[in-house]
Design a protein around this ligand. Structure first.
Ligand SMILES: Nc1ncnc2c1ncn2[C@@H]1O[C@H](COP(=O)(O)OP(=O)(O)OP(=O)(O)O)[C@@H](O)[C@H]1O
Ligand SMILES: [Mg+2]
Length: 464
């Protein structure tokens, strides 16, 4: 598809002598949209994004990328305009053209082909599988993305640009790295030799519009009575663990739950990459640090948990418990920091407990199995299990209460569960949430604390 910039009347928003049908339609849609939107938003038309991508490919093929970093925008602009004139005929007026070129330059100088994906609010994850293939996740479903890197070096350049901003680096001697983008998005990169076919980059975009519990009810992640129970449990300072697989929505739920912590409480958060967005005024955020290039200076979650205890917290929020810090976390929960919250990577409530036991063992304290279990049973009250279903939906598949220890077995009872009933024609999973009919032993305490028992529907005969 070839275009040119010849037409004089481009400036009024209508292209002249357009050579192919879809260009006509772009012109029509752009001017139609511009009529009531105007400005930059009109440039987000998929057709124009496609033109931008084509241009971008051309540019990365023809421009010396290493040189680019040393050039100013004013120096890059003529090259971009020249290539644009030679290769594309975009139906834009002068002002739009200016914006368009600006965006192309952003994409060249900033995070390259990642820029449009980072800007697209419908994309939640970006997954680069070598420079030749990029996937994105939209609405819980993966799809290939129409962006491309010039070569492996191009991917590496951009990854290093990102991680350099937080004082890290990725190369053959340390081929894996975690970092956070300026906007809060989380990135992991693995390169050769561990990534056999070339760089693998995974970006979990920062959700600008954080989900609150109401939105999670609206999108059927859970039902209102379950939300009421969880809300009252947070207010009533019951310690809770959100369990689930990768990307099942654990951090999102933890964020949503954290809103019910009182403004009067002092909260310390501990994370590998700060993702939590607490709304309270009294929050201290701690983040781990990987070792530096000499292998020194690492700060692990365990040290941060210990340190947090010296900071007079009312509650501690650990983004994800994954190792030896589990012991210190349970200690905190058992010694006056009730209502602490965390997430754990596990496939069921039972599995979550088994994993927690293993993590405590990693602290190397030689505790008996019984002692570890007693510790867990008295520290944690509720385990919320999340799952990402095959069709992309996230569900709270169960809520369990830990009721105590009998012999050396941790006792649990399930309060709510999600039951699958089938799938519709398009493959969307159908199902319903049910109360099991069991009464949580903490219900009285929550009611004394102001909870309305009618709102927390525990009756299996009454639909949630
Ligand atoms: N209940 C939900 N409904 C729809 N989308 C959701 C829901 N929960 C999370 N998401 C989206 O899914 C993605 C993953 O969410 P989140 O980071 O909370 O998962 P996670 O379980 O913490 O993942 P990880 O294992 O990588 O830490 C995000 O883009 C988020 O916006
Ligand atoms: Mg998470």
């Amino acid at each position: 598809m070839r275009f040119s910039l010849r037409g004089r009347d481009i400036s009024n928003g209508v292209a002249e002598n357009t050579v192919s049908l879809d260009v006509d339609s772009v012109a029509r849609s752009v001017s139609a949209i511009e009529a009531h939107e105007g400005g930059r938003s009109a440039l987000n038309r998929p057709e124009l994004i496609a033109a931008k991508l084509r241009l971008h490919r051309k540019l990365i093929d023809e421009i010396n990328l290493a040189q680019l970093d040393r050039m100013s925008r004013a120096e890059i602009r003529p090259t971009v305009l020249g290539l644009l004139e030679a290769n594309e005929r975009v139906p834009l007026n002068t002002r739009e053209l200016g914006l368009f070129v600006d965006e192309v330059i952003d994409e060249l100088t900033g995070l390259g082909p990642l820029e449009p994906l980072l800007k697209d609010p419908t994309i939640s994850d970006i997954l680069i599988n070598t420079h030749e293939s990029v996937y994105v996740e939209r609405g819980g479903v993966l799809e290939p993305a129409a962006v491309r890197f010039k070569d492996e070096a191009h991917v590496l350049r951009i990854v290093n640009k990102i991680v350099a901003a937080v004082g890290r680096r990725v190369d053959e001697s340390s081929p894996m790295v975690d970092a956070r983008l300026q906007d809060g998005s989380r990135i992991n990169a693995a390169i050769r030799p561990v990534a056999v076919d070339g760089p693998l980059v995974s970006i979990r975009k920062f959700a600008k519009q954080a989900f609150d519990l109401t939105r999670l009810v609206e999108n059927a992640t859970l039902k209102q009575p379950m939300a009421a129970l969880l809300r009252e449990a947070v207010k009533g300072r019951l310690s809770m663990m959100v369990s689930g697989g990768t990307g099942s929505g654990k951090t999102t739920l933890l964020n949503a739950l954290s809103r019910f912590i009182s403004n009067r409480e002092r909260i310390i958060t501990i994370e590998d990459a700060a993702e939590l967005q607490l709304q309270q005024p009294h929050v201290g955020r701690l983040e781990t640090r990987p070792p530096n290039l000499e292998g020194k200076g690492e700060i692990r979650q365990r040290e941060l948990v210990k340190n947090a205890l010296r900071m007079r917290p009312d509650r501690i929020l650990i983004g994800e418990v994954r190792g030896e810090e589990a012991f210190d976390m349970l200690n905190a929960m058992n010694t006056g920091h009730e209502g602490s919250l965390t997430t754990i990577h596990a496939n069921s409530a039972r599995d979550a407990i088994a994993r927690l036991e293993q993590m405590v063992a990693m602290a190397g304290l030689n505790m008996s199995e019984h002692a570890v279990r007693a510790h867990i049973a008295s520290a944690i009250r509720i385990i919320v299990q999340m799952q990402r279903l095959h069709d992309g939906q996230r569900k709270i598949t169960s809520i369990h209460e830990i009721t105590g220890l009998e012999g050396s077995v941790i006792q649990m009872q399930e309060l709510y569960r999600f039951v699958r009933t089938g799938a519709d024609q398009a493959g969307a999973i159908k199902g319903e949430f049910r109360a099991t009919g069991l009464r949580p032993s903490f219900l009285e305490a929550l009611v004394l604390n102001g909870a309305n028992p009618d709102e927390i529907n525990l009756d299996p005969g009454r639909p949630l």
